[in-house]
Design a protein around this ligand. Structure first.
Ligand code: ADP
Ligand code: 5GP
Length: 201
């Protein structure tokens, strides 16, 4: 155990866990299951300019803001990382990450590859997991089955998938790749990675 300047014990900092992957790969499903199992980890609520969609809850799934509000927060340095994704802006609020880590809890960031690359540079000690779908047709089927996207968004998201997977591999910024075939198995695999019981992939 390390000690604080006054000699008392300090709380060890929690882990930063990045989960990325193409839209429809199953990131949110994995994170929800994971957070239900891990008592010492919390979800990072991102800020976005994307319109709310079915299932979204203000302040829980995202903080929904206008473009102007997002730019103001970005310029004030309030995001640890930020990115544009199919026409919308997304960012991870710095304050919450710092606050959670200082309490010794871990924080899960479900962010895109551009964000993953920024976190890899700024927080190299983070665990960065990229979720792959079992195949392109499965990805399409899951995204269509979710019924949350209008046709143009669905097309844009699928068109982006291959590029994201390629960038994730080329950038070398992910510590692990997992294929999300059977959800329960994937959640267990991600858990083993977080708990340090799996090798690098
Ligand atoms: P993402 O957050 O990566 O966009 P979601 O978690 O929203 O993806 O999953 C997309 C859809 O696929 C959802 O309807 C979800 O219930 C479903 N899904 C997720 N993982 C699996 C899986 N392993 N097998 C079958 N369906 C899945
Ligand atoms: P969605 O609109 O489906 O919720 O998210 C679209 C994409 O944006 C997903 O790849 C998701 O992981 C990513 N995303 C969500 N929040 C953030 C964030 O704060 N930063 C970055 N870089 N990407 C994010």
């Amino acid at each position: 155990m390390s000690s604080s300047p006054d000699g008392g014990p300090t709380t060890p900092r929690g882990k930063v866990i990045v989960i990325s992957g193409p839209s429809g790969a199953g990131k949110t499903s994995i994170c929800n299951a994971l957070l239900a199992q891990l008592t010492d980890a919390v979800w990072s609520v991102s800020t976005t300019t994307r319109p709310m969609r079915p299932g979204d809850v203000e302040g829980v799934t995202y903080d929904f803001v206008t473009e102007e509000e997002f730019v103001a927060q970005e310029q004030a340095g309030e995001f640890i990382e930020s990115a544009e994704y199919v026409g919308n802006r997304y960012g991870t609020p710095r304050r919450r990450v710092e606050e959670v880590l200082s309490r010794g809890k871990s924080i899960v960031l479900e962010i895109d590859v551009q964000g993953g690359m920024q976190i890899a540079e700024r927080m190299p000690e983070s665990i960065r997991i990229f979720v792959l779908p079992p195949g392109t047709n499965v990805l399409r089927g899951r995204l269509e089955g979710r019924k949350t996207e209008a046709q143009d968004q669905l097309t844009k998201r699928l068109a982006r998938a291959d590029g994201e997977i390629a960038l994730a591999r080329q950038s070398g910024c992910y510590t692990h790749f997992v294929v999300n075939d059977v959800l329960d198995d994937t959640v267990q695999e991600v858990r083993r990675i977080i708990e340090g019981k799996a090798g690098k992939t």
